[in-house]
Design a protein around this ligand. Structure first.
Ligand code: BMA
Length: 315
């Protein structure tokens, strides 16, 4: 039986490689949004030091990118905030969230300004100035993404606090906030299970609002004799109570098969950080390949929802 992947790859993958930014070793897990009459994005650029950096990029078509050779320097409004611009503070795995007419960026700081990986948050309206907001949650925490609108009048987030023992990588949690600084009403959403998502999971792109609930695309990891394999799954969460999981794929929707996903700094990785839906319902998924390059794959939103429901774990 041939495996059935809902996401179909762009034929000219990868769309961004180290050659697109002077001094880069790799460019991979990156997040993009429609901006002006084109697109803007925040890219993970690992330089020769491998102290990961975030760089801005612009594109007319979402496929060919001009990447700023200089890393983002955050404006830090309060000197008591962690100095995320410190050269010893790697920043990686951004998400970009359009919300209330501006753009929020989340990313992971590791470990320069914190005792372990912790989520950074900043705001921009023009992709030139980025203003730092307080860190989201305590370490250890990874893979935070805001919902693209307030839910029940509050900002809402999915994030992954680290767990303990057999569940060391932790589970996806929901939280809400009035001001993006103080977070509460914590709710468990889902954790790792078995198969391709048996070791760890983490929220990926900005949740997509649909008639069937919030469509969440996430990564799941399986451990093999020679290391981790990162694949992609999807879930539908209740519209008003997003900690309630309606469906969640038992089967992956994208897994590493191509050379640019199988071979690189970290083999066998597809890592999704952004998804854009156009007027025809086509989702463009941006994902890192093998911690080395940035790639794109497409799916029709109706087909992804259908697949998510039909291939769901019991929720
Ligand atoms: C995760 C993060 C990602 C990376 C993945 C595979 O823990 O570091 O940036 O793509 O591992 O190496």
């Amino acid at each position: 039986m041939a495996n059935e992947m809902v996401f179909k790859r762009y034929e000219n993958n990868p769309i961004v490689t180290a050659k697109d930014c002077p001094g880069a070793s790799t460019i991979f897990n990156s997040a993009v949004v429609p901006f002006g009459d084109g697109y803007a994005g925040v890219f993970r650029v690992d330089p020769q030091s491998y102290y990961s950096e975030l760089h801005v990029g612009f594109s007319k078509d979402g496929l060919k990118w001009e990447i700023n050779p200089n890393k983002i320097v955050f404006e830090i409004p309060d000197s008591d905030m962690p100095d995320v611009n410190n050269a010893n503070n790697p920043c990686y795995d951004p998400r970009v969230i359009p919300l209330d007419g501006v753009y929020y960026v989340t990313w992971c700081n590791y470990p320069g300004t914190h005792a372990g990986p912790a989520m950074g948050l900043a705001k921009t309206s023009d992709f030139k100035k980025f203003e730092l907001i307080d860190p989201v949650m305590l370490p250890f925490n990874r893979n935070a993404v805001l919902f693209p609108r307030k839910i029940n009048g509050k900002y809402a987030i999915l994030h992954r606090p680290t767990g303990l023992g057999h569940n060391a990588y932790g589970d996806i949690y929901y939280a809400q906030s009035d001001d993006l600084v103080h977070w509460g009403r914590h709710r468990f959403v889902f954790g790792s299970t078995d198969g391709w998502q048996g070791t760890k999971i983490g929220a990926g792109p900005v949740p997509i609002e649909t008639d069937e609930g919030w469509l969440v695309i996430y990564h799941g990891v399986r451990t093999t004799c020679s290391g981790f394999v990162y694949s992609v799954g999807s879930a539908l969460l209740d519209t008003d109570k997003p900690w309630k999981v309606l469906y969640r794929t038992r089967d992956y929707v994208l897994a590493p098969t191509e050379d640019y996903e199988r071979v690189g700094d970290v083999p066998n990785v597809v890592f999704p950080c952004a998804a854009i839906v156009d007027d025809s319902g086509k989702i463009t998924l941006y994902y890192g390949g093998a911690d080395t390059v940035l790639c794109v794959a497409y799916a029709q939103i109706d087909e992804l929802i259908e697949f998510t429901k039909k291939h769901s774990l019991a929720c």
